[in-house]
Each structure stands twice: as C-alpha cells, then as structure tokens.
Design a protein. Structure first.
Length: 347
C-alpha cells in the first residue's frame, strides 16, 4: 500500500513514519507540509517524493492512502478532499473541530467506500486491550464507577515548532485545548473499556494557568474535568490537563462490585487488580506510551491491514464520532453551566 504523509511534524515523525517503515505491506510514497524543507528532508531520509500542495499529492493515482497529521483545524478539509480523491485516510485525533465536520467526514468515508480511521491509539495499548477482556470476564464484577485521567505539562515542548507560541495554544489552529488533545483519548477509551456510550456530561473546561509568550492566558482550555454518565448506568470522571507539571498521569481506575482495577497507574505493573477479599493481582504487560517513551502504537498496522482487507476498523470515523459528541457536549456543559445530554449514535 502506497502512503502519503500530510503534515510532517512530530507525530508524523515519531509514530506514522517509523510504523509505516516497520510494516512490510506499506511504502511511503509522498509527503506534504506547509514547511517544504521538512517534507523534502523526510523524502530524502525515507524515500518518496515531496509534493508542492495537498492537491498535487492527492492527484497522484499511485498513492492509495494518506495519514493526516496537520494541526486540528485542517483535519476535516484535508480528510474530505482525500476521501473524494479515493484515498483511505488515517486522520489524527481530535477527529475535527466541529461536530458537523466530524459527521461530514464519516459520511464522506461511507460514500467513497474508503476506510477512515482516527488516531485513537489508546485503544491499542496492550493493557487497555487486556483490561477490556478482564472486565468482560468479571475480574472486578460489574463496574460501578471510574476515574480516567490524562495530564502532562503541556504540548509546547512536544511540537516540532516548540515554544509558548505553539499552534496548540492558538484558538484558530487548535480550536480546543487539553479537552480535545488529551480528553478525547480517555473519552474514547472509557466507552471502549466499558462497552457503553456516554449519554450525559457535566463539565468544566477551563483555562487556569497556561500562558503564551506575551504572558496572556492561552486561547484554548488547559484543563477539563467531566462527570460522565454511561448508558449502562456506570458513573465516572474524566480529567484532561496540560498543567501536570513534572509528571504525566495516564491512568484509569475502575471500581467494581468485586474489586478495583488500576490501569497504567503503577510504573511496574500496567494492570493492578485489588479484590474485595484483599488479593493483589499484578500484570506486567507493557509500559504506557508517553511523549518521552514512544513505543509502537499498533495503529498504523491496523490501518494498513484494514485498508488492504477492505474491512472497517474499531476506530473508524463513525465509531469515534460518539466520543467527539461527548467532547463537544462537555464544552457546551461548561459554557452553559448545565448538564448536557450526549445524543445521536453513529453517523
Ligand atoms: N494520537 C496521538 O496521541 C497524538 C499525539 C500528538 C499529536 N497528535 C495530533 O497530530 C496532529 C499533529 O500534531 P503534531 O504533534 O505532529 O504537531 P507539530 O506541531 O509537531 O507538527 C504539525 C505539522 O503540520 C504542518 N501543518 C499544519 N497545518 C498544515 C496544513 N494545513 N497543511 C500542511 N501542513 C500543515 C506544520 O507545518 C507542522 O510541520 C494534531 O492534530 C495532534 O492533535 C496526536
């Protein structure tokens, strides 16, 4: 499968490109970035061609699929153009910056008969996959409540163009902050783990501390705290933060009738189960990926395999749409100071 990389920044360089290179069925054929030197540099290093525009890359009939790794506001436009050009698309999260765009993306994929996958890599983390099985097997009994967290010190040291004026803080380019950057991962994950969707949210999505180079608070949220009501009756909190200075928290804790399950909470054991009877069961499955510890995500292999087999994926656009509905509903809840119902199923 011949692939084009659109947006040649950090996530393209640390995840998409190495994982395509490591997949025996994929070959990177083209690159496009606003920063032409960046695209040319990668073409020189990994092979393939640097294109002068998105349209030029998409017009190349030899390219079967693209990774969309640009800043958030351009996800929808480029994804829709790529689907209309007959390409399979792996679009990075957050899927898009408006619900209408997310719905249109999912509809375009269906019309085009092409695969649209969203970069929800947390679903492929080994301990999350194992935890879902364990929950289904009743390892902690019926889940009653949960807390799921994703926080670190912020994206300004991560971006290929780092600094306090990062696009991640720009209302025009990022549109949303920690909620859509990190919160979407855990919002999507909790629905996956529990096999149930979020039907109601009560949230605060706020900017508390993070400042741009001029010293002003950034234009997007740096913290989000949401209470999620799941369709199956489970209740829990989802926290996303760019102000956990000093250490990353990527943990989820599920409280069931028979015990407690902790995921990526202990640095040595990716799953810990504490039973009601006092037993402590430890699983050393893997270490969570962090900004500083980029292990193979598995999402590229899934994309290549699903596209080649002509099948859908668990993280296809219509599935991730419901997590995006919860993100937009949480922002609305915070703005209006009310609980908001998360309505609508898949597109
Ligand atoms: N799945 C994950 O865990 C994960 C992790 C990090 C980033 N991301 C997502 O990946 C996307 C890219 O983030 P990043 O960390 O690579 O950012 P980055 O700042 O490192 O790189 C962005 C790149 O895109 C280019 N670009 C921006 N808009 C463009 C456009 N319209 N056309 C062409 N090029 C464009 C920039 O020039 C830059 O090279 C974001 O949406 C981000 O949320 C996902």
């Amino acid at each position: 499968m011949k692939v084009g990389i659109i947006g040649c920044g950090k996530i393209a360089q640390v995840r998409h490109i190495p994982e395509y290179c490591g997949n025996g069925h994929a070959e990177i054929a083209g690159y496009y970035d606003f920063n032409m030197e960046r695209a040319k540099g990668l073409a020189g290093q990994f092979g393939g061609k640097a294109y002068g525009s998105v349209e030029e890359l998409l017009a190349d009939g030899g390219i079967d699929a693209v990774s969309v790794c640009v800043s958030n506001h351009a996800h929808a436009e480029i994804t829709i153009k790529a689907l209309r050009a007959g390409k399979h698309v792996l679009c990075e999260k957050p899927m898009a910056v408006t619900l209408a765009d997310c719905i249109e993306m999912a509809e375009e994929a269906r019309k085009a008969g092409k695969l649209l996958m969203i970069g929800q890599n947390q679903r492929f983390a080994k301990a999350h996959v194992r935890a879902k099985q364990l929950i289904q097997e009743g390892a902690i009994g019926d889940v009653i409540t949960f807390k799921t967290n994703f926080g670190h010190g912020g994206p300004e040291t991560w971006s290929i163009d780092p600094g306090a004026n990062s696009w991640f803080f720009d209302k025009e380019k990022a549109v949303m902050g920690a909620m859509a950057d990190l919160g979407i991962h855990k919002t999507d994950l909790i629905q996956y783990l529990l096999g149930s969707r979020i039907v109601e949210t009560t949230a605060k999505v706020v900017t508390l501390d993070k400042r741009d180079a001029s010293g002003s608070l950034i234009g997007v949220d740096d913290n989000a705290i949401c209470i999620y009501q799941m369709e199956n009756g489970v209740l829990g909190t989802m926290t996303a933060s760019w102000t956990y200075y000093g250490a990353e928290d990527n943990s989820t804790v599920l409280y069931g009738k028979e015990g407690i399950m902790k995921l990526y909470d202990d640095p040595d054991y990716s799953i810990t189960i504490l039973t009601k009877d006092g037993d402590r069961i430890l699983y050393d499955i893997d270490k969570i990926q962090t900004n500083d510890n980029q292990t193979k995500s598995g999402i590229i292999d899934e994309f290549v395999e699903a596209a080649m087999e002509g099948r859908s994926s668990a993280v296809d656009g219509s599935d991730v749409l419901n997590a995006m509905r919860a993100v937009f509903a949480s922002i609305e809840s915070s703005e209006k100071g009310v609980t908001v119902k998360v309505t609508g199923g898949a597109a």
